[in-house]
Design a protein around this ligand. Structure first.
Ligand SMILES: [Zn+2]
Length: 167
């Protein structure tokens, strides 16, 4: 089993330490994400690396999870693999955002501990598809509906009945 991510860290201290974190967090512990999807089973995995690149304190990361979303066609659950890579440039005031090289997304950090887990959650929320769908076949429920429709069409053929009468 993979170990849990630390919930909160001091980002700037982790930059000084060139710290890396690799771990997981239960989906049930991510309220906003759990609300956006079908159920809160499973966990999200993240790799996070603090350091200095191009003279900029930064945080590189990768997050991934297999989440159960709602299929917009059959309304049943559809499992989707969600993943995202990101590179944040850490800034301590809004003004610094303009000075960042453009490969960095600005991330405002405080001088104290802040949530690592929320950052992972935000990244996953941003990576959720706008609509989710089963790739080819939808759920059995929908398949059954279809079969029922077809069966009903079979029995509603007036001319077939007429033919029987005449025969
Ligand atoms: Zn479906």
């Amino acid at each position: 089993m993979q170990k849990k991510l630390p919930e909160r860290v001091d980002f700037l201290k982790q930059v000084e330490r060139n710290a890396s974190f690799e771990g997981v967090w239960p989906v049930s512990g991510l309220e906003r994400l759990a609300e956006a999807i079908c159920n809160d089973r499973g966990e999200v995995a993240a790799r996070l690396k603090f350091g200095i690149r191009a003279g900029t304190p930064c945080l590189d990361g990768h997050v991934q999870a297999d989440l159960e979303l709602r299929c917009e066609r059959c309304l049943d659950q559809v499992k989707q693999h969600i993943e995202s890579d990101f590179r944040f440039g850490l800034i301590t005031s809004e003004d610094e955002a303009d000075l960042l090289p453009k490969e960095f997304e600005p991330l405002l950090v405080s001088e104290s501990e802040q949530s690592l887990v929320e950052l992972v959650e935000d990244e996953l929320l941003l990576s959720l598809p706008i609509v989710a769908r089963h790739d080819d076949q939808c759920s059995e429920i929908l398949q059954k509906h279809k079969q029922n429709d077809e069966a009903q069409q079979e029995t509603h053929r007036p001319f077939a009945a007429l033919k029987d009468l005449m025969g």
